[in-house]
Design a protein around this ligand. Structure first.
Ligand code: MN
Length: 157
């Protein structure tokens, strides 16, 4: 138990359309560090007394998160829109209220459909390792899987 003060007030009211009082709308990640398209990030819960962080990500229609893997896992709930998720060597269509679990060291990428955004809550460890991107060989291996090749081509202009 600790009496350390928490960083958020008891209530941060919803402002509508997945924005909240006192929550900054940020870039998904530094554009120079990894490829992605049309993704925003809001950190909903991050506190020294909490071993986890809760984030809300929103992918624009036709956009996608970075294809990556890392030791830490993700626990995700889709909350708005429509899209597909690559997890390991499978691709899943997702809709609001679907629960998505991404185990450690599993390749993953979220793609919004061409005409609808995709918004999801993502729970992660507060202390976590940095994501790895696929090497050229690993990317070729993923593309060699017909199910995944179709997914990668899905949002290509
Ligand atoms: Mn990740």
């Amino acid at each position: 138990m600790t009496d350390e003060k928490t960083s958020a007030p008891p209530l941060r009211a919803a402002k509508g359309d997945f924005r909240w009082e006192g929550v900054e709308l940020r870039a998904y990640k530094d554009e120079s560090t990894a490829p992605f398209k049309g993704v925003s990030r809001q950190t909903l819960a991050s506190d020294p007394n909490l071993d986890a962080e809760l984030r809300y990500f929103e992918v624009e229609p036709g956009g996608h998160s970075t294809l990556e893997r890392h030791e830490h896992m993700h626990s995700v709930m889709i909350v708005v829109g429509q899209g597909r998720v690559l997890i390991g060597s499978e691709v899943y269509s997702v809709k609001p209220q679907d629960l998505v679990t991404i185990a450690g060291w599993t390749w993953h990428q979220f793609r919004a459909s061409a005409d609808e955004k995709l918004g999801f809550l993502c729970l992660v460890n507060a202390k976590r390792d940095r994501p790895q991107l696929p090497t050229v060989d690993e990317a070729a291996e993923l593309r060699a899987n017909p199910r995944l090749a179709e997914f990668f081509d899905f949002a290509r202009p």
